[in-house]
Design a protein around this ligand. Structure first.
Ligand code: PA5
Length: 435
């Protein structure tokens, strides 16, 4: 077990499949790639600005963002964050994971699809509550958020009048390019910049993530601090002491042995969007040129009753990373079910669980599942977080970003572009008759 403050990695579930020496054999490569990233060189070098964000974001612009977020918290009931892919998943991931720490207006997301059923329902649910918009698009031209923004902007103008509507809109976009930048300048929206050298899926620590999180009352400085602390850890040149290098080495070692799918599994009900963020980060960064580990996710114990069979017993080409949170609060215990004589009636067969906490039961479910999957031939990594807060999540997210940068370059791809995403857009725009 190796320990890095925000989390630890337990690797004994790999023993039957990949030996320590095989992982160590990648040390020269991970060190070389780490050094290349440190010099801001290599494939995609123009998109390495995320490496500096934990420190670079702390300054007057962050203060301006926090002040604006504080004012926004006071003047609305609902904030509609409009964005897709990297322009919403980071904020959604942290918000969902830290739901119990949020306060202030409800935060909802739009622009994540083109389905009128969902969008109509969202508009209905918002009803006549006071709203604000935060529209986020780096390119400023993405169809899904642009369509949603037009719908919500129309609603705002009808409700508050053009001038007051403008004051209820925040835009996060490129410094100079794109339709959203043009519109934001023309309308005078409160606007924040996504740096040129930060791609969408690496943008959680820019205003893309920080504005919605600050409005939700979360401590964005602690998030940055956690990422900053982890960035130092992830510079270590010794592979065993660098979680990003170690994880990248294991993933590539397994991939080279034919394990082409990674399942990120969790037993925590609030980590679903961390899994979604992770899938985008790894899928878009590595899936190119006919290569890449397919990132999948499972939420347990729910999915043990759907995907459990396949993981246990299907094609042996997947490995599993368990994302575990050690402390479960608030905790529930299984109540007694006393009969007339005071003894537990045990009519449901649960007497053996009386007074035991759900957290303990869930933990045993994890341990049992882990043991079963290892026995079934699944290589297993366990990533255990001791706390779930802004600091630890900042560390976790930065760790994954650094890991995918190293892992993608080990695979021989540029982890920072996404040329494949254009294919569906081109076909769709042709069909829609876009000029
Ligand atoms: O990671 C990426 O670059 C993408 O997922 C984008 O974030 C997504 O396509 C949205 O793009 P934009 O912010 O330009 O609207």
């Amino acid at each position: 077990m190796s320990n890095w403050g925000a989390f630890s990695l337990q690797l004994d579930g790999l023993q039957d499949v990949i030996a320590n020496e095989e992982i160590s054999a990648y040390a020269d490569l991970t060190r070389a790639i780490g050094a290349e990233l440190g010099r801001r060189e290599g494939p995609g070098a123009d998109y390495l600005g995320w490496l500096d964000l934990p420190q670079a974001m702390v300054g007057p612009e962050l203060q301006r963002l926090e002040d604006a977020a504080e004012r926004a918290r006071e003047d609305c009931d609902v904030v509609v964050v409009i964005g897709i892919g990297g322009s919403y998943l980071g904020a959604q991931a942290v918000l969902s994971a830290l739901t119990d720490r949020t306060s202030g207006p409800e935060i909802v997301f739009a622009g994540t699809h083109l389905c009128s059923t969902g969008l109509s329902r969202l508009l209905r649910d918002i009803g006549d509550r006071d709203i604000r918009l935060c529209v986020i698009s780096k390119s400023g031209t993405t169809l899904e958020p642009a369509v949603s923004f037009r719908l919500f902007r129309t609603l705002l103008e009808e409700r508050y009048g053009a001038e007051n509507a403008r004051r209820r809109i925040t835009a996060v976009t490129d410094s100079s390019r794109g339709a959203l930048r043009t519109l934001a300048d023309a309308e005078g929206y409160d606007t924040y910049v996504i740096p040129d050298d930060v791609g969408g899926r690496f943008s959680i620590l820019t205003p893309v993530g920080l504005w919605p999180l600050a409005v939700a009352g979360l401590d964005v400085r602690a998030l940055l601090e956690g990422a900053g602390d982890m960035s130092v850890v992830c510079e270590n040149t010794v592979q065993e002491a660098n979680p990003a290098h170690l994880y990248a080495a294991i993933r590539n070692g397994l991939y080279n042995k034919g394990y082409t799918t990674e399942v990120l599994s969790t037993f925590h009900s609030d980590l679903g969007y961390v899994q979604e963020w992770w899938k985008q980060l790894f899928g878009e960064s590595e899936g190119k040129q006919g290569k890449g580990i397919f990132p999948a996710s499972c939420r347990f114990t729910t999915d043990l009753h759907s995907m459990g069979q396949y993981i246990q017993d299907g094609r042996r080409e997947l490995f599993e990373t368990f994302l575990v949170v050690d402390s479960g609060v608030p905790d529930l215990t299984v109540p007694a079910d006393p009969g007339p004589d005071g003894a537990d009636r045990n009519s449901d067969g649960l007497a053996y669980l009386v007074d035991r906490s759900l957290d303990e039961i869930n933990r045993k479910a994890f341990e049992g599942t882990r043991a079963a999957h290892i026995a079934g031939g699944v290589p297993v990594i366990s990533l255990e977080m001791r706390t779930l807060d802004e600091w630890s999540l900042g560390g976790l997210l930065f760790f994954f970003e650094k890991a995918v940068a190293v892992s993608g370059r080990m695979l021989g791809v540029n982890p920072f572009d996404q040329p494949g995403v254009e294919a569906y857009k081109n076909e769709m725009f042709k069909l829609l008759g876009k000029p």
